[in-house]
Design a protein around this ligand. Structure first.
Ligand code: SF4
Ligand code: SF4
Length: 136
């Protein structure tokens, strides 16, 4: 089983389709909605999808056939360890604890698999050690 993160973009025409329901019911994948936004331009959904490689592949094909734009989110931000002062500002601001401070060494580590691409840490980092890698 694998867990992959995707950013889905819906048009005004397909934004009301029960896409996540169908993904679970017909493609047997588990969906965790990380972020959701809907406006007059359509909708954007960030999801974590869990399933076998074949299940995920079929689910993605279904989304694309439904005219949903699918972008896999592998790396949203990157932390530059040479600039990081281990101040902990990102640890406080990250809503999903994707930054953790080692209580023994007082060094801050970034856990990419937890990141939900909210972008809040980028401006919160005093020395600019956190850079965006992808726009979603
Ligand atoms: S906010 Fe920036 S400098 Fe401070 S611990 Fe996080 S990455 Fe390092
Ligand atoms: S982008 Fe958001 S979720 Fe990802 S590490 Fe930064 S604050 Fe955390």
């Amino acid at each position: 089983m694998a867990v992959r993160k995707y950013h889905l973009t819906f048009t005004p025409e397909n934004v009301s389709e029960p896409v996540t329901y169908r993904l679970v019911k017909e493609f047997d994948v588990m969906i965790n909605i990380l972020r959701a936004e809907v406006d007059e331009a359509g909708g954007r959904l960030m999801i974590a999808m869990e399933g076998s490689g074949i299940q995920i592949e079929r689910a993605i094909r279904y989304l694309e056939a439904s005219h949903v734009q699918v972008q896999e989110l592998k790396e949203f931000i990157r932390k530059d360890d040479s600039r990081c002062t281990n101040c902990g500002a990102c640890v406080s601001i990250c809503p999903v604890k994707a930054f953790v401070m080692d209580g023994r060494t007082f060094k801050v580590a970034f856990l990419n698999e937890k990141c939900i691409a909210c972008g809040m840490c980028v401006d919160a980092c005093p020395p600019g050690a956190i850079r965006l890698r992808a726009q979603v």
